[in-house]
Design a protein around this ligand. Structure first.
Ligand code: AMP
Ligand code: MG
Length: 422
């Protein structure tokens, strides 16, 4: 891919996304302990190697019986059975339960052959004879199957437990371990390198000086990357010096799966990323018909992924959600590439333009059974506060010239709207 002039027609967001995703090949999986795999992409379908539960067992502490033996049990005419064995969890019964017998059984213990029900200990009265033998009185009938967990009732042997591409939750880890899947193939952590560019940028602890602002994008981008499964291997800031930027890009492409720069890709006289591209090669400068975030650079130099994000904070946020996150998720092998999409309605008219996809920083409010979206302040892409306030990015699709009040649109959820203080 040669560096192209920025004066060509902008790409639609859909086209840019298709090109980015088309360039991404999932990284080879690594095998890790299931216990460590929360948040990773599962890289093969898991089917149950055995039934869950693996054996028929009791869901209560009580007495294993044949329900037929208690058919005539009444409060005034109890049925009485000898207790012939005690079955603890983890043990197996020494023999089958014969008609006219009961066995004391603990929760999770294996049911003896022949037993059809478990009567909870609270519903039975056990008595011990002077000779040490135990008998138990039952004052009501038992339903066949009561308090019995059948083998395979949770999951049958061979059934699909988890699909490939799933983002593993804490609960998925329990399922994997229950099935004996101690080690599993998962998407590796993506190694990401980040640098910001700009002579005007300061660190958080530097005093302001005229013309300068603090480099707020870099920590934000680092946190967004970590949140979607990447490890930030390098994060630094460079001056507006194309030679140094080119040099850094080349070095970082050696050590990272993805290199992301911030700023310096638009029409300014000193935009260093733009000026460095020809030297690095295989990166296109493109304009995407999206707002914010129109000027960008993208490519796959040396088989790595490169994103050149524009410098405005809202542009970084929106291009990250629109293109970078899906690419990084695909790289790890996730089936779901985007933030959760919540159907929402515009609480007021939101201007856009046909032929352009807008990502509007919105707050969400639940009214009845719908979420209503209101712009979280001025949408100027240089502002930092609105995106901190926002719950979501409302996507105004390409074909819409505006969203009228009440119109439906998808919201990419950044965080769950908090309940109003009561
Ligand atoms: P640029 O894309 O380099 O022309 O930058 C566009 C705007 O974003 C300018 O106002 C920059 O000062 C601002 N900007 C660029 N990089 C950062 C950054 N890392 N943190 C905060 N603002 C930035
Ligand atoms: Mg700049």
């Amino acid at each position: 891919m040669a560096s192209t002039a920025a004066r060509t027609e902008p790409l639609s967001y859909g086209e840019a996304r298709a090109r980015v995703l088309g360039a991404v090949r999932p990284l080879p999986p690594e095998t890790i302990a299931a216990a460590e795999a929360r948040g990773r992409a599962l890289r093969r379908r898991v089917t149950a190697a055995h039934a869950l539960p693996p054996f028929r067992n009791s869901s209560m502490d009580g007495f294993a019986v044949r329900a037929a033996d208690l058919e005539r049990a009444r409060a005034d005419a109890p049925s009485t059975l000898p207790v012939v064995e005690v079955i603890a969890a983890g043990r197996t019964p020494s023999r089958a339960l014969e008609p006219g017998e009961a066995m004391r059984i603990m929760t999770g213990a294996m049911l003896p052959e022949g037993a059809t029900a478990v009567v909870p200990v609270e519903d039975a009265e056990a008595v011990r004879a002077p000779d040490g033998r135990e008998r138990v009185h039952f004052t009501r009938a038992a339903r066949p199957g009561q308090n019995v967990r059948e083998a395979g009732a949770d999951l049958a042997a061979g059934a699909v437990a988890l699909e490939e591409g799933r983002e593993l939750s804490a609960h998925d880890l329990a399922l994997l371990v229950s099935l004996g899947e101690a080690r599993i193939p998962v998407g590796p952590r993506v190694r990401a390198a980040v640098f910001s560019t700009g002579d005007e940028l300061l660190e958080a602890d530097e005093p302001l000086r005229p013309g300068a602002i603090r480099d707020s994008n870099r920590p934000m981008l680092g946190a967004l990357l970590e949140e979607c499964g990447a490890t930030v291997v390098t994060s630094r800031r460079l001056p507006d010096d194309p030679a140094r930027v080119a040099d850094s890009m080349k070095k970082l492409l050696e050590v990272a799966d993805v290199v992301i720069t911030i700023g310096g890709v638009s029409a300014g006289d000193f935009d260093p990323v733009k000026l460095a591209l020809p030297e690095v090669g295989d990166i296109a400068l493109w304009r995407v018909a999206m707002k914010p975030g129109r000027p960008q650079a993208f490519g796959t130099p040396r088989g790595r992924l490169f994103f050149g994000l524009p410098g405005n904070p809202a542009s970084v946020t929106c291009v990250f959600e629109a293109l970078v996150r899906p690419a990084l998720r695909k790289l790890q092998g996730f089936a779901a590439l985007d933030r959760p999409r919540l159907p929402a309605r515009a609480a007021e008219r939101i201007d856009s333009r046909a032929g352009r996809t807008d990502f509007v920083r919105v707050t969400l409010e639940r009214r009845g059974d719908a979420f209503w979206a209101t712009p979280a302040g001025d949408q100027t892409s240089g502002h930092v506060a609105p995106q901190s306030r926002a719950h979501a990015l409302l996507v105004v699709p390409e074909e819409a010239a505006a969203l009228e009040e009440g119109a439906a649109a998808d919201a990419l959820l950044l965080r769950w709207p908090e309940a109003p203080p009561s």
